[in-house]
Design a protein around this ligand. Structure first.
Ligand code: CO
Length: 160
């Protein structure tokens, strides 16, 4: 495994639609291993392949010891609405309040190429939707209701 450079906002790759993975080969598995290592190194909850410069439809999410690796994910179902704070390894120092479903159900392939169904609620739902958006070239700041810098007081906490 090896650490990869994380591409940051401003790079065109992050705005592009990633392409389906056509074959799960040794190269794809190596990229996934590198993505996991890179995500953990930078304390991320998730990472999508475009963030390491690979325009393929796959991502990893790790929330509370649950690791989800999905290749060619599709959203089957969403339900509810929650507002939470998000950050992104590709937009360091920025936090935003984003509305996401409370529940999401996705299907995709695991690293063996078997079809899997993944369900997530609350934080897991947020992370799954955030990473899925990366595959369509969408960054959380485009959906955020409020955006602020880390360390800055949140707008709703401001006192006059
Ligand atoms: Co992100």
């Amino acid at each position: 495994m090896a650490l990869r450079n994380i591409i940051t906002k401003g790079n065109d790759i992050l705005g592009k639609r990633a392409k389906e993975v056509t074959e799960i080969n040794a190269r794809i598995l190596m990229i996934l291993d590198d993505m996991l290592e890179t995500m953990r190194e930078f304390n991320g909850l998730g990472i999508a392949a475009p963030q390491v410069g690979v325009l393929k439809r796959m991502f990893i999410v790790e929330v509370e010891d649950q690791i989800v690796e999905l290749i060619n994910p599709e959203i089957l179902e969403i339900d509810g609405c929650q507002k939470s704070e998000e950050g992104c390894l590709s937009i360091p120092g920025i936090i935003g309040t984003v509305e996401r479903p409370v529940y999401v159900k996705m299907k995709g392939l695991d690293r063996q190429g078997d079809q899997v169904i993944v369900e997530g609620t609350e934080l897991m739902a947020v992370a799954l939707c955030h990473e899925y958006d990366h595959l369509d070239g969408i960054l959380f700041v485009e959906k955020a209701k409020e955006i602020y810098e880390v360390g800055e007081e949140q707008p709703e906490e401001e006192q006059d």
